[in-house]
Write a protein that binds this ligand. Structure first.
Ligand SMILES: Nc1ncnc2c1ncn2[C@@H]1O[C@H](COP(=O)(O)OP(=O)(O)OP(=O)(O)O)[C@@H](O)[C@H]1O
Length: 810
């Protein structure tokens, strides 16, 4: 018989500091009243949009702010405990906005206990009313935090997220949730109050100890009737839902907001479920949240339900109050079909039942409970229908027609069903005839205890056997899976190796596998060439770094002048090598020079040019050595004159060129800076007259005003003397061509002049006589030997150290 969820509404008193108003009022039922409206209780709420309008919500139980915990328990909860003793599952849940008093109602305080402790106490107290039973109690307690179940009976650190499962009968349960036996109400209190500390609670602006989760406490009462050889299992789920939250009022921070979202979301699904049930929808969205999945049995399922709506007074809660009452109104139409959970233990006595052919869990013996329209009025006397084992629970009936079920918090639920299956798990109707045959199996004459023991032994043996089979099956499956994984891994490894072989990448041992001929596609070859090139470059860089570090530390001990001198010496040496085609040696020496004159951009460029030539196995033709300048001639008139002479450009043209800027310093101009243009102009990006362009026009396009700048054309007699072969032959190095053309390398002296800021450092960089000497006196074709240069460096270092020592002494 269908049974509607009962609704009770409770208005909490105003808390200290809260403004009271008359927005909500409770009219209690009065039997004496002649007014029919007063015969039932109801709640009145002013319409927030039109205060002349009042909404009335009639409910079977209404409690105003003066109501006590005891009152509610007595009126609405205690009657349901007899239903539990009949073997029915009862679910009581507290619903309402945050701070409306749900936890107060369900849990209460030690001095003013709520429904939960009172229920447990009453359940223990009721034992004496059922002397025919051997009664045991177990409890489980969990919270749904952010819609995930956590065991509250284990410490927080050891409480992993638990999975929600469904057994073969569509009963939802939380797997691995602990279930502990409780011996007394006192025992319960200790466990319960300890466990509540594990519950997620946080402070919000509306509630200092706001529940951040839904808490579900389940008390299971197992009643063994030895006489009738049956076990009746009753259960009560006590659910303290988290409150719906209006985050404009809660002042939640981001983490609280996330909790709040989860709370509101699950409550919204709860509303949808209730709505769908009212509509008689074919699909009820239980699965949209774990809360509704677990409450499935209480919402349109096989349990009896009581919904306590908690209300908070005050205008600020008025909208929430209306929402809560609307939800309650919808919920009261939800119908459940409660059933009695009863198991016939005698079935286990039949030896052939101990090993039933079908391992699928079968339902326990269930009976419909015959209640009145109101649970309260049924006064726990829910008459049990004599018809046993409802056909609706039998396997032949489609599942949709069966009451939806969940088994909150009973991880032993599955075990129970397995046990039932072992004992046959058959509908009682099938077994009545079989009962008489028990005598034929040597049961006659046995005491009840003997029979029970025997049953237990058989059951245990069977369970052990089945578990062993299951374990073996698991083990085999695991092995097959492992073998498969291994095989796949080997396959992958083989493929990887094959790929490596094709690409010629190093194997584990760092060996280069030979590439089978014909496998090297142009693309792979390109990759490989790039690899080789990169490796070579890396090697080169390492070498450079090593050498550079050595030279740099040497250079650091020299004075700036000595550094320049040494740098120049290396450049001279390098140049001599490069002239002889010994590019590698020249490169090495240029790099050494770089350590002494690190700012010399022309030198850097020279290094790049030679590096490129070496790498590409190209010839490198340095430009002819500059004619040595006579220092005393270094003045304006003479420089200009020489320039005029050497390049044949007439003075007017020259001066006009200088005026528009030929890209060299004033000094360069004076030295006849553009004189070389005529000679080497063809190599300078085609700027020279031989390209058919007028020098003035071509150079005038470049940086002018006598400033040295990057990108300046400096193909002057003195500073542009070394025109690279690349440029000369139009065989430019990609990316370097412009640089080379713009910044032709002179010697260190000139190079240093070509600073970014255009300043001249000529004074400090004047070519030393020593260099000239080195070049002139060397019997090595004008080339100073490395020994000579090193000797020079050592000399410089020694003199620098001597100078330092003298300074110190002074
Ligand atoms: N009937 C009542 N009598 C006295 N105080 C009450 C009553 N109901 C609630 N309170 C008090 O109101 C405050 C909020 O109550 P409670 O924490 O139970 O609300 P809640 O609905 O559980 O809130 P939340 O959803 O945020 O957890 C508490 O301080 C509680 O003691």
């Amino acid at each position: 018989m269908a049974h509607s969820i009962k609704i009770a509404a409770r208005l909490r008193p105003a808390l200290p500091g809260e403004i009271t108003d008359d927005n909500i009022s409770i009219q209690l039922a009065s039997n004496e009243s002649t007014d029919s409206a007063m015969k039932s209780s109801h709640i009145s709420v002013l319409n927030p949009r039109d205060i002349t309008q009042i909404f009335k919500f009639p409910f079977p139980s209404c409690y105003d702010h003066n109501s006590t915990q005891k009152e509610i328990f007595r009126n609405d909860v205690e009657p349901l405990l007899d239903v539990v003793y009949k073997g029915v599952t009862v679910t009581i849940f507290a619903y309402g906005v945050t701070s409306s008093g749900k936890t107060h109602t369900m849990q209460g305080t030690k001095s003013d206990p709520g429904i939960i402790p009172r229920t447990v106490q009453a359940l223990f107290g009721k034992r004496i009313q059922y002397p025919q039973y051997k009664i045991s109690f177990t409890m489980s307690y969990m919270e749904l935090y952010k819609d995930e179940p956590y065991d509250l009976l284990v410490t927080r650190e050891n409480a992993p997220k638990l999975p929600v499962r469904e057994d073969g009968n569509g009963m939802v349960f939380v797997a691995n949730l602990s279930s502990v036996p409780i011996a007394s109400a006192l025992d319960f209190d200790q466990i319960y109050y300890q466990a509540t500390k594990n519950r997620s609670i946080g402070a919000t602006l509306l509630n200092r100890a706001s529940s951040r989760s839904h808490a579900v406490l389940t008390i299971e009462v197992v009643m063994l009737d030895p006489l009738q050889q049956k076990t009746v299992t009753g259960k009560i789920n006590l659910v303290d839902l988290a409150g719906s939250e209006n985050n404009k009022l809660t002042g939640n921070d981001p983490s609280r907001m996330a909790e709040s979202r989860a709370i509101n979301q699950s409550l919204s699904v709860l509303g949808q479920v209730v709505h769908a049930l009212n509509q008689g929808a074919s699909r009820i969205p239980y699965r949209n949240s774990k809360l509704t999945r677990l409450l499935q049995d209480a919402l349109g399922g096989s349990s009896m339900g009581l919904l306590i709506c908690n209300l908070a007074p005050g205008t600020k809660f008025r909208q929430d109050t209306l929402n809560t009452l609307n939800f309650a109104t919808r919920t009261k139409n939800v119908e459940n079909k409660p059933v009695i959970n009863e198991r016939d233990n005698r079935l286990t006595a039949k030896p052939h039942f101990a090993a039933p052919p079908a391992p699928k869990p079968a339902p326990t013996v269930l009976q419909t409970i015959h209640t009145g329209a109101s649970a309260a009025s049924s006064s726990a006397g829910a008459a049990i229908a004599t018809r046993r084992a409802r056909a609706s629970l039998g396997p032949s009936v489609p599942r949709m027609q069966r009451p939806r079920g969940s088994s909150i918090g009973l991880n032993n639920n599955v075990a129970d069903f397995q046990r039932f299956a072992l004992t046959g798990g058959r509908r009682l109707t099938e077994t009545i005839d079989e009962r008489s045959s028990m005598a034929d199996f040597g049961m006659r004459g046995m005491t009840e205890k003997d029979i029970e023991d025997k049953i237990t032994r058989v059951v245990e043996a069977e369970v052990a056997k089945r578990l062993a089979v299951e374990r073996q099956k698991d083990e085999e499956e695991r092995k097959v899976k492992e073998a498969k994984e291994k095989e796949e891994a080997e396959k992958r490894e083989l493929e990887r190796r094959k790929e490596e072989d094709v690409q010629g990448t190093p194997t584990k041992k760092g060996m280069q596998l030979p590439i089978p001929s014909g496998l090297l596609t142009p693309l792979l070859k390109k990759h490989r060439d790039l690899d080789d090139e990169l490796r070579a470059r890396l090697h080169d860089l390492e070498k450079k770094l090593e050498q550079g570090q050595k030279e740099t530390s040497l250079a650091s001990s020299l004075s700036p002048i000595s550094k320049k001198k040494t740098g120049r010496a290396y450049v001279a040496l390098a140049r001599a090598h490069s002239e002889k085609g010994k590019l590698a040696e020249a490169l090495e020496l240029y790099r050494r020079a770089e350590a002494y004159v690190p700012d010399n951009i022309k030198l850097k460029e020279r290094i790049i040019e030679i590096e490129w030539a070496v790498q590409n196995n190209k010839e490198f033709v340095p430009s002819p050595k500059p004619p040595r300048r006579e220092r005393k001639k270094k003045n304006k008139g003479r420089g200009g004159g020489r320039g005029r002479k050497s390049n044949g450009v007439n003075p007017e043209t020259r001066s006009s060129m200088a005026g528009v800027g030929v890209g060299c310093s004033k000094e360069e101009e004076e030295d006849g800076g553009d004189g070389e243009t005529k000679k080497n102009g063809k190599g300078i990006g085609g700027d020279g007259p031989e390209n058919g362009l007028k020098p003035s026009a071509s150079r005038g396009r470049h940086h002018g005003h006598g400033q040295h700048k990057l990108g300046t054309i400096a193909e002057t007699t003195e500073f542009g003397q070394e025109i690279t072969n690349a440029a000369n032959r139009g065989n430019s190095m990609p990316g370097l061509f412009m640089k080379v053309n713009k910044r032709p390398f002179g010697d260190v002296e000139e190079g240093d002049r070509d600073l970014k800021d255009g300043s001249s450092r000529r004074d400090g960089l004047r070519a030393p006589m020593k260099k000239v000497k080195l070049e002139e006196e060397s019997d090595n074709g004008g080339m100073a030997s490395e020994d000579e240069v090193e000797g020079h460096i050592r000399g410089e270092i020694a003199s620098a150290q001597r100078g330092k020592a003298l300074n110190k002494a002074a």
